[in-house]
Structure formats: structure tokens, C-alpha cells
Ligand binder design. Structure first.
Ligand code: BJW
Ligand code: ZN
Length: 242
């Protein structure tokens, strides 16, 4: 059973606006690998070789193939009990905001409807030259090319790139306005996304972390619950319904 006492549950119940700030650990139980840690994909693939624009320009085919491979994975997995619990929270609170660093679309597929995607979405692509957006792409050539001749890249945020302004701005407002802020399955080391935790705390929100291990922000949060997101979140929801 989770380490939440009556006061903790009351505090959640009294909240009018709850934010769930999620990272790769949120989707781990769906079968999407995390980046860092024991089973992280970056033990096998180096981020600096794949997750930045220079690498894409140096070897577009390799980078495109890597995202193609990951796109295929996320299309074949399904939202887990944690994603579904977050979506169900919408029934019980005036406002729920999901701020995700994940590019896998699983919150949307679970039914959450107020989502800020800080690092893009692997289902979208755009031409680096004329910025035309593409959803489904026939990969006759790899990487595919736009009508204008430019390479098409995934609409994800690589290191050194700015986050989509509207998504970050919306997330920043939610973090500063909410009264409860859950940090779920993130190592919280990538900025500016991680700064939202500090903004929320400074603005007076209660911060609860859900993670299978301690992170850099564990000493900063008001509470850390150790465990899997797919187990803890449904348990919290059940307590709220009681
Ligand atoms: C579970 C679980 C279960 C497992 N239940 N929990 C020095 C200092 C500060 C900043 C910088 C710096 N040097 C460079 C920077 C900036 C840089 C940055 O932050 N780097 C740090 C790594 C140091 N940031 C950027 O470059 C950003 N842009 C930017 O700053 O723009 C301004 C600028 C512009 C121009 C010039 C200069 C500056 C952009 C960051 C983009 C991040 N992109 C990626 C890749 C996306 C595409 C793709 O998927 O390929 O986003 S990197 C990767 O990390 C991905 C993630 O969204 C992000 C965060 O990872 P996350 O989600 O936390 O995953 P993990 O694997 O780290 O953690 C998983 C957690 O889950 C663990 O804690 C587990 O324990 C837990 N877990 N199973 C619960 N079942
Ligand atoms: Zn183009």
C-alpha cells in the first residue's frame, strides 16, 4: 500500500488544479524504454549521436531510422494503468493538466485532454527547409524528402533546440497556478522542462514525486513515493474515490 496518510489524501482532494509532470518512466510499463538508467536506451545509443540537429545533418538516414524504429514501438504499445488513472482524475477535479516530456502520444491515447508536450511528438514530422508538417509518410527514400527538396525530420526537441513556445508557456502557467504538482517517472535533469518543478514549488504547489528510485529532486519535493507509476497512480485514484 502507498505511503499516503489521511492528510495527504485530503490535500489532493481539496485541490482545484492538479498537474502531472511526466517523463519516460511513465511509459516504461507500457514497454517504452527510458533514456537513462539500467535499461535506458542511451546505454546502447549515445544521445549526442542521435538527439541533435548536427547529427541529423551528418547522418540523416541513421537518425531517421532510429526514430522510425521508435515510432513503430510506440504505435504497438498501449497506455498503462498509470496513464489511464491520470485520465480518470479528470472526472474528479475541476482542472487537470498533463505536462509531458514524452513524445509517445500515450497520454492522449489514454484520454487526457489538456496536455502540453514539451519535447514534441513522434507522430509528427516537418520539413527542415519550408517547415511543412507531415503526419503519415511513405518512406520510399530514407530519410524522406519534402516537395521542396528539404529533409523531413521528426517533430521532437533535440538538445540545443528551443522547446515549442506555446507548449512551454502553457506549461509554465499551469505550474505557477496549480495547487498540486505530481512529478512522475522523470530523472528531472533535462532543462528547461525540469525548471517547472521549481516554478510550481515557488508558486506554492505541493510537490509529490512518484519514481522507482531517488532522483536529483527527491530532496526538494514535499513527498516522494517510491514505486511504479502504473501501480501508485491507480492506488491514489482509488483513495480519492473512497
Ligand atoms: C519509473 C518507472 C516506473 C522508470 N514508474 N518511475 C548544463 C546545465 C543545464 C542545462 C544544460 C546544460 N548543458 C546543456 C543544457 C541544456 C539541455 C539539458 O538540459 N541538458 C542536460 C542533460 C544537462 N537542454 C536542452 O538542450 C533543451 N533545450 C534548451 O535548453 O534550449 C535552450 C537553448 C537553445 C539553443 C542553445 C542553447 C540552449 C532541449 C532538451 C531536449 C531534450 N530532448 C530529449 C529527446 C527527445 C526526443 C527523443 O525522444 O529522442 O527528451 S532528451 C530526453 O531526456 C528526452 C526526455 O524527454 C528527456 C528527459 O528524460 P526523462 O523523461 O526524465 O527520462 P529518464 O530516462 O532520464 O528518466 C526516467 C525516470 O523514470 C528515472 O528516474 C527512473 O527511475 C524512472 N522510472 N521506470 C516510475 N515504472
Ligand atoms: Zn519543404
Amino acid at each position: 500500500m502507498i505511503e499516503l496518510n489521511k492528510t495527504d489524501i485530503e490535500r489532493i482532494k481539496c485541490s482545484r488544479h492538479i498537474v502531472f509532470f511526466t517523463g519516460a518512466g511513465m511509459s516504461a510499463e507500457s514497454g517504452v524504454a527510458t533514456f537513462r538508467g539500467k535499461d535506458g536506451i542511451w546505454n546502447k545509443f549515445r544521445p549526442e549521436e542521435l538527439a541533435n540537429f548536427d547529427s541529423f545533418m551528418k547522418n540523416p538516414a541513421m537518425v531517421w531510422e532510429w526514430y522510425s524504429y521508435r515510432r513503430d514501438i510506440v504505435r504497438h504499445v498501449i497506455p498503462n494503468a498509470g496513464h489511464l488513472a491520470i485520465a480518470e482524475f479528470q472526472k474528479y477535479f475541476p482542472k487537470i493538466t498533463v505536462i509531458t516530456q514524452n513524445i509517445d502520444n500515450l497520454h492522449k491515447r489514454a484520454g487526457s485532454n489538456n496536455i502540453f508536450e514539451l519535447h514534441g511528438n513522434i507522430e509528427r514530422n516537418y520539413c527542415i527547409k519550408c517547415k511543412t508538417f507531415y503526419n503519415d509518410i511513405e518512406e520510399r527514400v530514407v530519410p524522406p524528402k519534402c516537395k521542396c527538396g528539404g529533409f523531413i525530420r521528426p517533430d521532437v526537441v533535440w538538445f540545443g533546440e528551443y522547446l515549442p513556445e506555446d507548449q512551454y508557456k502553457g506549461a509554465e502557467i499551469a505550474a505557477s497556478e496549480c495547487d498540486y504538482f505530481f512529478v512522475v517517472g522523470t530523472s528531472a535533469i533535462v532543462f528547461p522542462a525540469a525548471s517547472l518543478i521549481y516554478i510550481a514549488k515557488k508558486s506554492g504547489a505541493f510537490i509529490t514525486e512518484i519514481n522507482i528510485e531517488e532522483t536529483d529532486i527527491s530532496s526538494f519535493t514535499n513527498k516522494t513515493i517510491m514505486g511504479k507509476a502504473g501501480k501508485i497512480l491507480p492506488e491514489i485514484l482509488e483513495k480519492i474515490k473512497e
